[in-house]
Design a protein around this ligand. Sequence first.
Ligand code: PHE
Length: 345
Amino acid sequence: MSATLFDQVEALMAEIGKAQPSSADELEQFRIRFLGSKNILKPLFGEIKQIEPARKKEYGQLVNRAKEEAEAKYAEWQAVFAREKRQSAYAGMDLTAPGEPRPLGSRHPVSLVMQEMIAIFGRIGFSVADDREIEDDWHNFTAMNTPEDHPARDMQDTFYVVDAPGMLLRTHTSSVQARVMTSRKPPIRIIAPGRVYRNETISARSHCQFHQIEGLYIDEGVSFADLKQTLLHFVREFYGKDRKIRLRPSYFPFTEPSAEMDVYMGLETEKDRRITKGTGWLEVLGCGMVDPAVLHNCGIDPERYTGYAFGIGIERTAMLRYNIEDIRLMFENDIRFLRQFDAVV
Ligand code: PHE
């Protein structure tokens, strides 16, 4: 009895050894016979109970070896047929032909400047807050202390969404201040980069769409000194380590006190004189202490918390950095313009 079982396994091993499938179909037949779910070796494993005790181990090892040989054979032939299949796919192709070059794209100057600013503020703990460009009147104006009849609304010519009362294209990223304050608890330390829209006549100097980076910091005991020092740090990282800044009193409905910040560019070159209108100072952002009314509107206790905010225009900064004379170039997708930035990363 056991002699026959041994013989059966030996015979199958011989068959496995000799097998030479000539096609993928034949290989599949082989797989089904020796490795499939109802393969021929399976019952032979069960037959071990028939074997006399002294030879059980020997028998078990033999059947296992048969299975391993079937697996090895299958793997070997599978590789052969896979290679043949790949080669037939290349038939007729010139594998020595040079590849087609794929030019890398370039980063837009607006993105370059934004990324750099995000990195600078990121290093001092500001995280990015992203929000919608199509806003409602409340987040863009009312929450920011600019109610319906407020004269400051005239400062910003707004695009309203047709047939959607109260909806508009945000006129500044300050709307994200309201979004963040109404959805998070202090401490809040964010920057909000993004696109904004104003109904302005398009010219070399101004456009109806542009980008800003908003900054907002709210916690207990935040002071104007914190604002000034943060802005100075930013300027020295972005414009150079010896830069001076000055803050001039200004007005925004959502900050009190408000200021505009200038960076000293000097008067050495013709360009310095031109961009600073002969003063040496260049205006780069608006800022101030968050008006308590804004905190109150957004559900933050102004008795407990204070904060500062600032808003930086991106296009003007990028134009300065890369000597771009006309803001319209930023939005025309002219490949000759964009390609000039492909070495900048
Ligand atoms: N939102 C202002 C603007 O668009 C800039 C600003 C932001 C001023 C935050 C003060 C504080 O011009």
